[in-house]
Design a protein around this ligand. Structure first.
Ligand SMILES: Nc1ncnc2c1ncn2[C@@H]1O[C@H](COP(=O)(O)OP(=O)(O)OP(=O)(O)O)[C@@H](O)[C@H]1O
Ligand SMILES: [Mg+2]
Length: 401
């Protein structure tokens, strides 16, 4: 019998899984089931009013009286529902008709900076991807134009948004960052099933970027763009089209992570309430501080508009988590978002199907479970919105707990 080396075995298994995914994806994501076809669920008038931060009675009045406003679909029980696209169109119509003031209109104006937020913690499994995907979806429903950049070779965020370079051959962030024949950022952007969300997908070959960067660095080869500027330079060509750009990062330090933090002007740090998480956070912040000081040496006056912590997967019924949560709140003060990202079985279930909450049909879940996590994610996104609006010099509308 021929003996296989470890690398042969792993390569063989990788090939088996890749081929199976390719084969099965036709079944798993059959045309009528593909997210791109199915899109998000439809939303009631009350939910539409809530997404657009318009009083429910005013919304009902506008729907009857404002010219050109989408009518949605009248469903059984005389319930009117709207798609995400229709909600965006309602917002545009009402803004143009002067019914939505600027501080409730989530589009940057001429000269406003795009909020570039790195969702960042070196600890694995603290809900970085879940935070990024769900916050992005709620912000997009509010009307923000969002670009997601997945620099994690695991590419979970890209999986959630149904863009799979490793299986379907789309370009990924690696194709933009690679040293030989890179492509333009605009060529790597894919639309998603959420109308206001585009994504630059992650892929396994982001690990190549790490090798290439260290090889280039060691050989002292002259590069027109230093590695730490590669992401920020690439974004510069597209950022005008977006109000918010969010990075989902891997749970390890890498050149790509530093380049993403360099390209960002804000940070969101998810933390779970475990003792090991807090010890890890202390180490991570120390390393983060050293990394930032290296960045600051390269760019004088590099500033972040906000750095906020978010307590994630938080279970208030667990006394030890409650204790750690209170400790973090008293130590970090207003740097910790007022709203904690609660542990929810709705998301564990959604996670299995790689879905964001707004894709899930609420009737499939216990009503109270759905409402609790829906309101929770809405409040977190509202707090992010406050921070973004502040950077645009607009009086924010308060959200959150
Ligand atoms: N609030 C929540 N309630 C319940 N389950 C959650 C919650 N947030 C995340 N999860 C689950 O926890 C797991 C890890 O979450 P996620 O992938 O978002 O973490 P991550 O920090 O991105 O991980 P990694 O470090 O591997 O990138 C997933 O299975 C996800 O579905
Ligand atoms: Mg992740």
């Amino acid at each position: 019998m021929t003996e296989l080396t470890g690398s042969d075995v792993l390569a063989e298994h990788s090939e088996i899984i890749r081929a199976a995914l390719k084969r099965e994806s036709a079944k798993l994501f059959a045309p009528q089931e593909s997210k791109t076809e199915r899109g998000l669920r439809r939303f009631s008038v009350r939910e539409t009013a809530e997404h657009l931060k318009i009083n429910y009675n005013s919304m009902r009045h506008y729907l009857k009286s404002v010219d050109g406003i989408p009518e949605g679909i009248l469903e059984s029980g005389n319930r009117r529902t709207f798609s995400a696209e229709e909600i965006n169109a309602i917002q545009e119509t009402l803004y143009k008709a002067g019914k939505i003031p600027l501080n409730l209109y989530p589009r940057k104006a001429e000269g406003d900076q795009t909020s570039i937020i790195a969702c960042y913690n070196l600890k694995g499994g603290v809900a970085k991807s879940s935070t990024t995907s769900n916050c992005a979806t709620f912000l997009a429903m509010r009307g923000f134009r969002v670009l997601l950049v997945d620099i994690d070779p695991q590419a979970s965020l890209s999986d959630i948004f149904d863009v799979r370079p490793d299986i379907e051959g789309f370009p990924s962030i690696y194709d933009v960052l690679k040293y030989d024949d890179p492509i333009q950022m605009s060529e790597a952007i894919s639309g998603t099933y959420v109308p206001n969300i585009d994504i630059v997908a992650g892929s396994l070959n982001m690990t190549e970027f790490e090798f290439e960067t260290s090889a280039t660095y060691m050989s002292g080869q002259h590069q027109s763009t230093p590695w730490h500027r590669k992401i920020s330079n690439a974004l510069r060509t597209v950022e005008d089209h977006y109000d918010v750009i969010m990075f989902d990062t891997p749970p390890h330090m890498s050149f790509a992570v530093i380049a993403a933090v360099f390209a960002s002007n804000a940070m969101l740090i998810p933390v779970s309430a475990g003792m090991l998480d807090i010890v890890g956070l202390e180490k991570f912040l120390n390393l983060g501080s050293n990394t930032l000081s290296v960045i600051e040496e390269h760019e004088e006056g590099k500033k972040y508009n906000f750095v906020r912590y978010l307590l994630t997967r938080y279970n208030k019924n667990d006394p030890s988590q409650l204790q750690i949560g209170s400790f973090l709140r008293s130590e970090l003060g207003s740097n910790l978002l007022r709203t904690d990202f609660l542990h929810s079985t709705a998301l564990t279930d959604a996670g299995i199907g790689m879905q964001t909450l707004l894709e899930v049909d609420p009737s499939k879940l216990n009503r109270r479970t759905y409402e609790r996590i829906y309101e929770n994610l809405r409040d977190i996104a509202d707090e992010l919105e406050e921070e973004i609006m502040k950077t645009w010099g607009r009086e924010p509308v308060k959200g959150g707990a």
